[in-house]
Design a protein. Sequence first.
Length: 280
Amino acid sequence: MAEPVIVEILCIGNELLRGEIQDTNTNWICRLVNSHGGRVARATMLPDIEDEIAAAVRSAIKRRVSVLFTSGGLGPTDDDLTLSAVAKGAGVTLELDVTAREMVKERYDDFSAQGVLDQGGLNPFREKMAWLPAGSHPLHNPVGTAPGVLLRQGATTIICLPGVPPELEAIITHTLASFITATFGKGGSFQRTLTVRCNDESIMVPALSRVVALHPQVYIKSLARALGEIPELDILFTTTGKEEGECRALVDEAVSELQQGLTALGINHWEKIGSDFQCK
């Protein structure tokens, strides 16, 4: 089976670390990547500190991560530092991008014409959103005012996105649709769920550990519940790849072997309706 595309995520913002805003972007991107057969290897939450963001970007580039998503910090205020930090981490300068400048102006003009904002046009703070890392390309934001940014640095493609979830999702879904297809191809994920009449994971360890070791291409995870609830738990079997048949065969074999092991331990189990091959 071909190796999956490796993705990392940087979610940026003091408000996230202070618990004032809940990060839903990481979950959304993880689900998207998995549905295309990729793998998120790391997700990091960072404060609005340029050097810390730059160091994280530099580290991802050194690891030759295929795709690095950043979320947040693209706006007009002083604490929106993501683009300057990405430029620093990638070893390039910031430059005023004419296309991005026009994108920003058009969005403010549109919102003004709709009566959403009092003033259209540009000011120095709005223009700040058009200063991009040298060599990057602006990404149309169909929902908000700040363009996304795509920068290729060595083996890594860095994609900077706004932190507002509808904006992030719209840029990925619409503006980056062809990039997602070209990067991940026709990959997908396949999942099955086994429900076990047991709420003590330790009893299942002999069977579970053996199957996990024999099937490294299948992610097998038991989902524990709080003691005192329904005395059962679910075990998830997930794999990603290019071919549905290959993914299904890998998961089916792992499920069958665990079923045999659980039966030998005297543990009752049954399968829930599994997910089809998810391929976007």
